[in-house]
Design a binder for this molecule. Structure first.
Ligand code: SAM
Length: 242
């Protein structure tokens, strides 16, 4: 089997990504990102197929992107407005772009695809170097669920319909905060596998990484429409300020 690298997930999922993650309501997400960009330039880490970047650019925000997978970016290029967004192919831990931004953002658990603590720390430090004075870093990730981590493994059924089944088979490691998931799609034509590796972190660890990078937590919400974050929240939208 090929070695797993930063580009592997995207290269394997690109042609079905938009179908598997059918547009949910992204209006609040795009509105908050527009507000935080405050008329300045925005940079998305792991821009993918432009699910968020394309509608954000349509709101008049100058959006740049980084992604490790050319196949994902190719999907974005095919969308109206997608070919106007400047994208750098590379590792988001390195933030390999020129200049500074009013807003850097990474959504939909993508930050956790940096699957070591070292690469996550490096990402925070490099983001801080690319923020304008007073600029913001927005992070949207899940809150790790300790009951799942303790059980070590988990299978969830994403879809069970007449002609196809989608399963996520996940192995958790509490020791290094890793979760390795293989998304399985079974149809009459065969089986499709997409593997993703993540390294999860609880909010206090993310805040410590931010502090080490010279960033300060400004907001933490449960949702993009600014619902309060609580112990019961499954996700958080955290905004760090330079
Ligand atoms: C779950 S998708 C999210 C795409 C998009 N942000 C969205 O919300 O739909 C994760 C994206 O991050 C990219 N990615 C994963 N690891 C990366 C890395 N180390 N550097 C750059 N891109 C990476 C993948 O290729 C993929 O396009």
């Amino acid at each position: 089997m090929e070695q797993f690298g930063p580009e592997t997930y995207g290269e394997r999922v690109a042609d079905v990504y938009d179908e598997w993650y059918k547009p949910v309501d992204i209006a609040a997400e795009v509105a908050l990102l527009t507000e935080l960009a405050a008329g300045g330039r925005a940079l998305e880490l792991g821009i993918g197929t432009g699910r968020i970047a394309v509608p954000l650019a349509a709101r008049g925000v100058e959006v740049h992107g980084i992604d490790a997978s050319p196949a994902m970016v190719e999907q974005m290029r095919a969308k109206p407005g997608g070919d106007a967004i400047r994208v750098t192919i590379g590792d988001m831990a390195d933030v390999p772009v020129e200049g500074r931004f009013a807003l850097v953002f990474v959504v939909f658990n993508t930050f956790f695809q940096l699957y070591s603590q070292e690469s996550q720390l490096r990402c925070f430090a490099n983001v801080a170097r690319h923020l304008e004075p007073g600029g913001r870093f927005l992070l949207h990730v899940f809150v790790p669920d300790t009951t799942r981590v303790e059980s070590g493994e988990h299978v969830s059924v994403r879809e069970a319909s007449l002609d196809r089944v989608r399963l996520d088979a996940t192995v958790f490691s509490a020791l290094d905060q890793r979760l390795d998931t293989t998304q399985v799609r079974i149809t009459e034509n065969g089986i499709r596998l997409v593997h993703a590796k993540m390294r999860f972190a609880w909010p206090p660890e993310l805040d410590l990484m931010a502090t080490l990078a010279g960033l300060t937590l400004e907001h933490r919400w449960a949702t993009f429409d600014k619902q309060p974050f609580s112990a019961a929240s499954a996700f958080h939208v955290s905004v760090y300020r330079a």
